[in-house]
Design a protein around this ligand. Structure first.
Ligand SMILES: [Zn+2]
Length: 324
């Protein structure tokens, strides 16, 4: 491995009981700046490990000059408000992260309407309504999670030679940091060693549906085109052989697509039917994740002409030409 010469980095890794294994974030020392790339989850454990890492490397909290967020998910920005309470330092993120991190009311209301319509189109009935209720309640419950700091566009972050790369798919606002010299990528959740990173269905600014699986595939291919040696991820171990793992992930996506095609050929036609046939009782247990997966796949298959849909009473019905 080639050590980077233009910056130093200090990984912070907190074990978790979830399938994520660890939540990873990083101190980056660039020139005279000390930046935090991602900010873990909320809670005392995260705060303590963060403090300990600062101390072990002869830094203190007051040395921190900015926070860079890879994307808006809660397990990546947990400590931001707590840090900001001590020192009001700038936070940098992709522009699409801003309404999400700020939990802007109008944006979140539009987002709930988007899911309401989405689950109807995909025939999700009662389960869809429950999820929309849950999102509506979370609006109030999670109000305090809004990031209090001013958020600046990522382009303004003092990253010197580290390049910001956009990796939409898992989240529309996801970015990574790339060092050409050492061929190290800080990739957040774009690629995780031990689990496949979900492409989560999300609306765009106009309320349309983002082609999230397509975006994920493109993001993975864009990484494969780099001479990347190591990826420091948002969860789990350092990825030592990125090209092999990317190939595996892309193959798996295609296999899932093939399985969905075979279900449709058997006459399963709505989103819910496909999800239940594919995932069984996991449909009920992990509804939003399962539907993200199925919707992402159906959009992707449709984009490549492998399935077509018609709409009947407001519900999509999928079919495919057997000869293809
Ligand atoms: Zn995430």
């Amino acid at each position: 491995m080639i050590e980077p010469t233009t910056f130093k980095f200090y990984p912070i890794s907190v074990p978790t009981d979830s399938e994520l294994k660890t939540v990873n974030f990083y101190l980056l020392s660039i020139d005279n700046q000390l930046l935090l790339f991602d900010a873990g989850w909320t809670g005392d454990t995260y705060w303590e490990v963060f403090q300990q890492t600062l101390k072990n490397n002869n830094f203190s909290l007051s040395d921190l000059s900015g926070i860079i967020l890879s994307h808006h998910h809660i397990d990546h920005c947990g400590l931001v408000n707590q840090i900001i309470d001590h020192y009001n330092i700038p936070v940098y993120a992709h522009e699409k992260a801003i309404p999400r991190l700020k939990r802007e009311d109008q944006f979140l209301h539009h987002r709930i309407n988007f899911f309401d319509e989405l689950y109807r189109k995909f025939d999700c009935g009662e389960k869809g309504k429950q999820q929309v209720d849950y999102l509506t309640k979370s609006l109030e419950k999670n109000r305090d999670l809004a990031i209090k700091a001013e958020i600046f566009p990522i382009e303004q972050a003092p990253l010197d030679s580290l390049r910001v790369l956009h990796f939409p798919g898992h989240a529309p606002d996801q970015i990574g940091l790339w060092d050409q010299e050492s061929m190290i990528l800080f990739g957040a959740d774009v690629l995780i060693q031990h689990i496949s990173s979900n492409a989560l269905v999300e609306p765009d600014e106009k309320g349309g549906r983002l082609p999230t699986l397509h975006q994920s595939v493109e993001s993975l291919k864009s990484i494969a085109s780099l001479p990347v040696q190591l990826i420091y991820s948002g969860h789990g171990a350092v990825i030592q052989d990125p090209q092999v793992l990317i190939k595996k992930r892309l193959e798996r996506i295609n296999q899932k697509g093939d399985k969905i095609i075979s279900l449709i050929q058997k006459g399963v036609s709505t989103g819910r039917e496909i999800a239940q046939s594919y995932y069984g009782s996991t449909y009920d247990k992990q509804f939003s994740l399962v539907m993200s997966e199925i919707i992402g796949q159906l959009d992707y298959l449709e984009m490549y002409g492998r399935v077509t849909k018609t709409i009947k009473d407001g519900v999509y019905h999928y079919s495919c030409d057997v000869s293809k």
